[in-house]
Design a protein around this ligand. Structure first.
Ligand SMILES: Nc1ncnc2c1ncn2[C@@H]1O[C@H](COP(=O)(O)OP(=O)(O)OP(=O)(O)O)[C@@H](O)[C@H]1O
Ligand SMILES: [Mg+2]
Length: 157
């Protein structure tokens, strides 16, 4: 059950998606997990690119569709960017993704997962980010925190 009401935000263009990502990157703390859902091209990678900027990562953030996970360590803390598009849930199980959000043998950072609907299990706490298409190519996003505080994020939007 979400512990705070869902927040819906209208994203008029790519810039707006990037700006929301920057806000998230500036205000989330290490150990935060962001589970991104939304149709093909809905803006998931764009949002993660914003998160990278917000963390101070200058390196271009590209979709990890072929590499599965990209790690960026030059920002305030690491960004782990995953894309599960090509995987079946049983394949995801063998990846031990919990080591990322539990910070086991990895430096705690922000874990951003595209196609999170493919996850067969979820972390104890995470921010759900659901992107949908709106009128004339715009987007809408729903933020739903599960056992995590996003008051700092909301205050910054
Ligand atoms: N709010 C927005 N309004 C209009 N276009 C947007 C918006 N946000 C992102 N876009 C554009 O949508 C396109 C697809 O974005 P992006 O690659 O981030 O989607 P995605 O959800 O990661 O796609 P995939 O499912 O292939 O991983 C890009 O050209 C991006 O600039
Ligand atoms: Mg993508």
């Amino acid at each position: 059950m979400p512990n705070t009401s869902i927040m819906k935000i209208f994203l008029a263009d790519t810039e707006a998606t990037l700006r929301l990502g920057i806000t998230l990157g500036e205000s989330l703390t290490p150990g935060s997990v962001i589970l991104l859902e939304g149709d093909l091209g809905a803006g998931k990678t764009t949002l993660v690119q914003g998160i990278g900027k917000g963390l101070g990562i200058a390196e271009p953030i590209v979709s990890p569709t072929f590499t599965l996970i990209n790690e960026y360590t030059e920002g305030r803390f690491p960004l782990y960017h995953l894309d599960l598009y090509r995987l079946e849930p049983q394949e995801v199980t063998t990846l031990n993704l919990e080591s990322y959000w539990e910070g086991v043998e990895v430096i705690p950072g922000i874990v951003a997962v595209e196609w999170a609907e493919r996850l067969p299990y979820k972390p104890d706490s995470y921010l759900s980010v659901s992107l949908t298409y709106g009128h004339e190519g715009t987007r809408q996003v729903e933020l739903t925190p599960f056992n995590c505080a996003i008051s700092k994020v909301i205050a910054a939007i």
